[in-house]
Design a protein around this ligand. Sequence first.
Ligand code: SAM
Length: 320
Amino acid sequence: MLSVLEVKRKLPRDFIKELYEIYSPLVCDKILAGLNGERNVSMRVNTIKTNVQEIMKVLKENNIKFERVMWYKDGLILKNSNEKQINALKIYEEGLIYLQSLSSMIPPLVLEPKEGEKILDLTAAPGGKTTEIAALMNNNGYILANEIDKIRCERLKYNVEKQGASIIKINNGKGEKLGEDHKEEFDRVLLDAPCSGEGTFLANGPKTYTSWSLRTVNELAKLQKKLIKSAYEALKPNGTMIYSTCTINLEEDEKIVDWAIKNLNLRVIDINLNIEEKNKLPITTENMDKSINKTIKIMPSRNMEGFYIAKLQKIERRGE
Ligand code: SAM
């Protein structure tokens, strides 16, 4: 395990500077501790094919220690095993479980999809959240899962088939275009945006942060605005949108939501999920709309990646 000073030296200097500009020194130290060491493996039970009791039984038989998640009955945190050991199990091979970070399980839960609805997942590969949405809908309804990258699209297709999520249709295209092509068609839209991934940094894993730069953050923010506009266009009036990222800076999180509510007909709504306060980062609203306080940011830790989630609703136009 590295000291906080060593973590600071390893991660990009501009990232550290940015952190200390946003958060208090105490919060920064907690974030840096959360980007140190390793993360526990977590899994989601695929309720299209099985149930959590069955999976807990198999884990016990294989001497795999686990903990349940307070806010999600189908999420399990593994205590003494790595991905390789899980990949060797029959329950993995048969798509009865999906290895997924805990934070990444939050956006579909907050989206609250219902059976029979039409859902759009604008940036979907490799498909952890798309297949979670299908499971939450008991595989009943329709999900359009879009992905720009051809190879990642293949991975998405593989995961969807393996999980038996037959209500998912896959599209290989630009998310920015879908709003125009599917105007006001969807009850709910998930925009799990391409982002700079700061919440997934690990000081001992240079691959997690070497491509990060302030320039990339700014370029991504421009793309995120185009994508959120497209997501808005595809949403029915009164429909729900989730905007999420696995990053923790303001440019890609709070400021995107602020831009969206000032430029599109959207409002921020409450997130009702019982996540402990100690697992949350403070939200910044300086010079921004105060309703952004309803969004949540997850503190990076041993169990969770840093993550940002905003729940938005399209305001119905009156008199039309
Ligand atoms: N929701 C996914 C999951 O849970 O497995 C992860 C999505 S990842 C954060 C963002 C995805 O957006 C990447 O697969 C990336 O290739 C894709 N992407 C990037 N730019 C895009 C665009 N303009 N249109 C559609 N997808 C895009």
